[in-house]
Write a protein that binds this ligand. Sequence first.
Ligand code: NAP
Length: 262
Amino acid sequence: MNLEIEGKWALVCAASKGLGRGCAEALVADGVNVVITARGDAALQATAEALRAFNPAAQVVAVAGDITTPEGRAAALAACPQVDILVNNAGGPPPGDFRDWDRADWLRAVEANMLTPIELIKAVVDGMAERGYGRVINITSSSVKAPIDTLGLSNGARSGLTGFVAGVARQPRLASRNVTLNNILPGFFDTDRLRSGFTKAAETSGQSIDDVSAARRNTVPAQRFGSPQEFGALCAFLCSQRAGYITGQNLLIDGGAFPGTY
Ligand code: NAP
């Protein structure tokens, strides 16, 4: 399928590893020029090199910085000649018990997983509408649909973003101008974040990392974790010309883990 997005410019946030990188790879494979961000410069530059090797025809710009800060967002936006595609992503908040979280913990989570994507959406969508093309993807979590009690910071902050996006996506001044906003909700994906969670769970429970990982895998009907490449493929499709009639949606990608009919 020709996605017809060759030559577009995408800002892919938090993309040196994991799901963000999977999205950048899929977009670059389809000829999209990308600006990728992450805080750690070494991994970011290595990813940029890999992307350039992947498709030498695509331009790849790496901007090191913390996307949850105004400076980080300004630098990322300044590096992108025009944002046709925005993939919002950042690290997820830590797990824990809500009794232990103070106001500062909540503000950090809301800043990273709700206000940062909202600020970036605000910066780009009107320009997209003027040009008649725009795609916004927010990487959220299956925990928005099926909350995980230890991820209260994530459940709360990401649900706030989800409510905001539901309203904005339906503004006729955006939807009628071929600007779509959608959220992708990952279940378990084989990334550093998932693996570090297993390491912590193994330390707490006294089980081996392999046993923790196997137990988690067994909760997924597909009996495996998803790959960043599978995640990126869905992202690229939603960013394509083909997906212009899909907006305001929350798309689960979880190997069947969510047990509901709808
Ligand atoms: P990951 O493998 O740990 O990768 C995270 C990427 O984001 C890295 O490139 C990291 O680079 C970058 N990053 C983190 N914080 C950043 C910041 N403040 N500014 C700029 N870049 C930042 O994580 P992942 O598994 O891909 O997860 C991505 C998102 O999906 C997270 O919010 C996570 O909670 C959510 N999620 C993941 C899963 C899963 O199974 N993997 C499931 C549900 C939800 P630096 O550290 O160098 O900045």
